[in-house]
Design a protein around this ligand. Structure first.
Ligand SMILES: Cc1ncc(COP(=O)(O)O)c(C=O)c1O
Length: 386
């Protein structure tokens, strides 16, 4: 392990505070290290391993596609791409009828904002306090969380901030210069905070009244994480579907892929060459998307998320230090009476990987959707011995 750590530290930019783990192999909710240890991964490889690590159906699909054709761009048609687009649209709210593929969450958000500006001919995008949308220039300028806009300076013009959950703060600034309102429907990094269903309904109404595009950044909440395929259209959203949904993270089970799902109204305005990306829609990524969605459906993982979430919430009632549990499905923020960082550290010593957040009292869980109650027991008992 030491030589791997030393070599990474010597040859890789130190942009992350890493856990002292050399991850060699994964299976389901488990990560196996070079030292022969295994870790329970309740952070899901950064919210990416939705189907679990190395789901056999996904691995097989990637392997088969890799042997057939690794890549060709959007200049040609492809069975793998046609399948992935059709499958993704088939599980989306009915009003979202077309997909645009890219490579990451930040890129999906950049393209979503660009489309909204093209459709409306306006420039401003309203985003929210506590929201995180990525690190490329426009997305980081839309991120009113912590120090991110500072890191992204000079910021791109065309961004306005409103208060998450406060429709009055949106109404005040949503004038005829506003192209889009974009939000993380559950703000993950902010400490897993969401708003009342009525807030989403009020945003939809406001957007319809004022000709504004509504964008949900579902980079974390999408593809089954909340126990629904998407937050868009769910009861938590009061059935509201936005004009654009952005996806990444778990969409390819670990193969980099992002997507925008858009309404007919948006699609009708987007022409040849308005958007583009070399790698977006590549065959291996597309095979991974289709297999990911198939695995979630075949293994009934949405149902599993709901059942195991309920069990986890019940078990957490017995843990004294836990003050509240925020979020939905397998995007959960466990709020402690005191700081969460020492809990994160203690769990790591007990070989359980969790996440922190920008709220110092909130520990974040983003486990694979395959998590079972027996593994919840391991986690709760490790917490209880805190
Ligand atoms: C809600 C949300 N949006 C966008 C992003 C950016 O995604 P990526 O890191 O794939 O660019 C993230 C990443 O953490 C995210 O959580």
């Amino acid at each position: 392990m030491n030589t791997v750590v030393q070599r990474e530290e010597q040859f890789q930019l130190a942009t992350y505070k890493k856990m002292p783990i050399v991850a060699e192999r994964g299976e389901g909710v488990w990560i196996y290290t070079s030292d022969g240890d295994r870790y329970l991964d309740l952070y899901g490889g950064h919210a990416v391993a939705g189907t679990g690590h190395c789901h056999p159906h996904v691995v097989q699909a990637i392997r088969a596609q890799a042997e057939q054709l690794l890549f060709y761009s959007n200049l040609v048609y492809s069975t793998a791409r046609a399948r992935a687009a059709e499958k993704l649209v088939s599980i989306a709210p009915a009003s979202l009828s077309k997909a645009f593929f890219c490579n990451s969450g930040t890129e999906a958000n950049e393209n979503a904002m660009r489309m909204a500006r093209m459709v409306t001919g306006r420039e401003q995008v309203i985003t929210f306090s506590g929201g995180f949308h990525g690190r490329t220039a426009d997305a980081i300028s839309a991120t009113f969380l912590g120090k991110y806009r500072e890191i992204g300076k000079p910021n791109v013009p065309g961004h306005l901030q409103a208060e998450f959950g406060d429709i009055g703060s949106v109404r005040k600034i949503a004038d005829e210069s506003v192209a889009a309102i974009m939000l993380e429907p559950i703000q993950s990094m902010a400490g897993v905070r969401t708003a009342e269903p009525g807030f989403f309904r009020a945003l939809r109404t406001l957007c319809d009244e004022r000709g504004i595009m509504l964008i949900y950044d579902e980079v974390q909440t999408g593809v089954g994480r909340t126990g629904e395929w998407f937050f868009a259209g769910s009861a938590a959203s009061d059935g509201v579907a936005p004009d654009i949904v952005t996806l990444a993270k778990a969409l390819g089970s670990g193969i980099p892929v992002g997507a925008c799902l858009v309404s007919e109204k948006v699609a009708a305005r987007i022409k040849e060459n308005d958007l583009g990306t070399t790698f977006g829609g590549g065959m291996v990524a597309m095979a991974a998307v289709t297999a990911t969605l198939e695995a979630i459906a075949n293994d009934r993982l949405l149902e599993n998320v709901k059942t195991v979430e309920k069990y986890l919430r019940e078990r957490l009632r017995d843990v004294d230090q836990v003050v509240a549990v925020h979020g939905s499905g397998f995007l959960l923020g466990i709020e402690f009476a005191d700081k969460a960082a020492p809990v994160h550290q203690k769990l790591l010593e007990r070989k359980i990987i969790t996440g922190t957040s920008s709220d110092p009292k909130v520990l974040r869980l983003l486990p694979p959707l395959v998590l079972q109650t027996a593994e919840v027991d391991l986690f709760v008992s490790a917490l209880g011995h805190g």
